[in-house]
Design a protein around this ligand. Structure first.
Ligand SMILES: Cc1cc2nc3c(=O)[nH]c(=O)nc-3n(C[C@H](O)[C@H](O)[C@H](O)COP(=O)(O)OP(=O)(O)OC[C@H]3O[C@@H](n4cnc5c(N)ncnc54)[C@H](O)[C@@H]3O)c2cc1C
Length: 505
């Protein structure tokens, strides 16, 4: 590597690190704005304290458990919501008790697993009741059926680490710090082109319904409709207390990143479009993240880079990434290693990196939309210098193999039309302490960027990266989802008493 390249690399990586450090500093909390909940919620908390074993319910206050629950969120706007109490279930039965009380008193609640949802309020609640799964982390392995069981409080790194000794993994998140809610939103993985989305690996879900009953939902039993709805339907149908999933073999994975300077952005995006349209090897996966790091203008000019994630299921990827290798890059960290290592790449997933707004664009092959969006993004960041922390536009190819594997596994709630297509995640991080009007202006300009290149409407919206967009409405099974909700949740507890993707029945 030349001295010039080394210098560029050092600057690029320094930019990322400084941005993250500054972001963390920006978020240092000076006060907690507790607000008193209504009497129904306070009474529900008091009743749950009596009904559940000691220590499973924590009231609003400065106790360490409570503060961890309210602070550990990826989107720091979620960390500004203060529940009246937090319930820490250790079993399905505890969740049943909580849901029965919440329903009986008709109070607001939220369910939190890994806390990585971008949308404020989807896994946090102000003055309501938070069900925090952090104490439900059991996992088991069944060698005979090549299936596993994990509870919702695990993060993917815990799950991959646990199954590593048997050289198997469930299909799950690409960054280990993310939580299991990912699978309920579909779940895009490095393994998806081979085995489908994370939800396509479900064999059985243990679910607490709105009336507090516990059911085992499977494709081959009376709860098949509920089972399918939960394969991508998010938090709208029940609270999942256990995931029984297929396990997939793992060996050596070739993984790492290539880093590019701004002058090569268009070439890398073109290569990404070409990969999406022509790659025939389902073992190869990429994410092309076009990043602009600002931090109040401190890094002006230094923080523009593409970080391209390459993962190959095998020690030698051959020429599958050649088009990317041929474009001049300032760093190449790719080496053979374990799947666990691949899932730890640049995993800043548990750090506080600011307030977020997120959008999804979706494009089919055969247009210039990906490049048009890149140009508009470059114009956007030129116009918004110093106003944000990190702006990133991430191109995520979805292979036909992903869609076909989902169908072969019995279908999912998304019911995607034939592919391939690209899901583009537009993610903007900003200082959570900005005045509300400035936040709103940034959020609106980010939405306008997403809408500046019209998405192909027949491609479903990816819940895990979406903002306030009509996600479930874009699914092929929307009428069935409405019927399923009416059947299992006639009073709409999971729609009216908690936040989540737009849904009306
Ligand atoms: C750094 C980072 C990397 C990411 N990488 C990927 C990726 O590789 N692939 C991908 O598909 N997405 C990815 N995402 C998006 C991620 O999948 C979503 O943010 C997802 O919602 C996170 O799940 P969680 O458990 O961490 O979050 P939470 O905020 O705890 O939960 C997410 C949602 O699921 C609901 N929920 C959680 N558990 C349950 C349950 N047991 N029962 C009912 N509802 C429940 C919550 O109410 C909430 O609406 C990433 C996000 C980040 C921040």
């Amino acid at each position: 590597m030349s001295a010039l390249r080394l210098r560029s690399l050092t600057l690029s990586l320094a930019a990322v690190l400084v941005a993250l450090l500054c972001a963390t500093t920006l978020n240092a909390r000076s006060s907690y704005e507790f607000r008193r909940a209504d009497s129904a919620t306070r009474q529900t908390c008091a009743a749950l304290k009596k009904q559940l074993p000691f220590g499973r319910v924590t009231s609003q206050g400065l106790g360490p458990d409570y503060l961890l629950s309210v602070q550990i969120y990826y989107n720091q706007l979620q960390a500004k919501n203060f529940p009246a109490c937090v319930v820490y279930p250790s079993s399905s039965s505890d969740v049943q008790t909580a849901i029965k009380a919440i329903k009986a008193n008709n109070v607001q609640f939220a369910v939190k697993a890994g806390g990585h949802q971008f949308n404020n309020g989807w896994s946090s609640v102000d003055q309501g009741i938070l069900i925090d799964f952090s104490r439900m982390t059991r996992k088991t392995y069944d060698a005979a059926s090549q299936t596993g069981f994990y509870e919702p409080g695990n993060r993917w790194r815990d799950i991959y680490g646990y199954y590593a000794k048997w050289n198997v993994v469930p299909v799950g998140g690409r960054l280990g710090g993310v939580g299991t809610g990912l699978a309920l939103g579909g779940g895009l993985s490095y393994l998806s082109a081979q085995y489908g989305l994370a939800c396509d690996g479900f064999v059985q879900l243990d679910v607490v319904l709105a009336d507090g009953s516990l059911v085992a939902a499977r494709a081959d039993n009376e709860y098949a409709d509920l089972f399918k709805a939960l394969k991508g339907g998010g938090n709208r149908f029940g609270v999942v207390t256990g995931y029984h999933v297929k396990l997939r073999p793992t060996g050596t994975f070739y993984s790492g990143v290539l880093i590019y300077e701004e002058k090569h952005f268009a070439d890398v995006v073109k290569a990404t479009v070409d990969f999406n349209e022509n790659n025939q090897d389902p073992k190869a996966a990429i994410i092309t993240t076009v990043d602009s790091i600002e931090v109040g203008g401190l890094l002006f000019g230094l923080g523009k880079l593409i970080i391209l994630f390459n993962v190959y299921d095998g020690a030698n990827p051959g020429s599958v990434f050649k088009a990317f290798e041929d474009i001049p890059h300032v760093a190449d960290t790719r080496t053979p290693g374990s799947y666990f290592k691949a899932a730890q790449m640049l995993d800043v997933g548990t750090l506080s990196t600011g307030a977020y707004t997120s959008r999804v664009a979706r494009y089919r092959p055969g247009s210039t939309k990906e490049l048009d969006l890149l140009k508009n993004f470059q114009a956007w960041y030129a116009a918004h210098k110093g106003e944000y922390i990190l702006a990133t536009v991430d191109y995520q190819p979805v292979a036909q193999g992903t869609i076909a594997a989902g169908r072969a596994a019995g279908g999912n709630a998304l019911d995607m039309k034939d592919g391939p297509h690209i899901w583009v995640n537009l993610l903007l991080a900003f200082d959570p302490n900005l005045p509300a009007a400035k936040q709103q202006a940034l959020i609106e300009s980010w939405k306008a960027l997403e809408q500046s290149v019209p998405s192909d409407e027949d491609v479903v919206i990816f819940m895990n990266d979406a903002g306030d967009q009509p996600i479930l409405q874009s699914y092929g099974t929307y009428p069935q989802l409405q019927a399923t909700s009416r059947k299992y949740d006639p009073d709409q507890l999971f729609i009216k008493n908690q936040q989540g993707p737009q849904f009306s029945v």
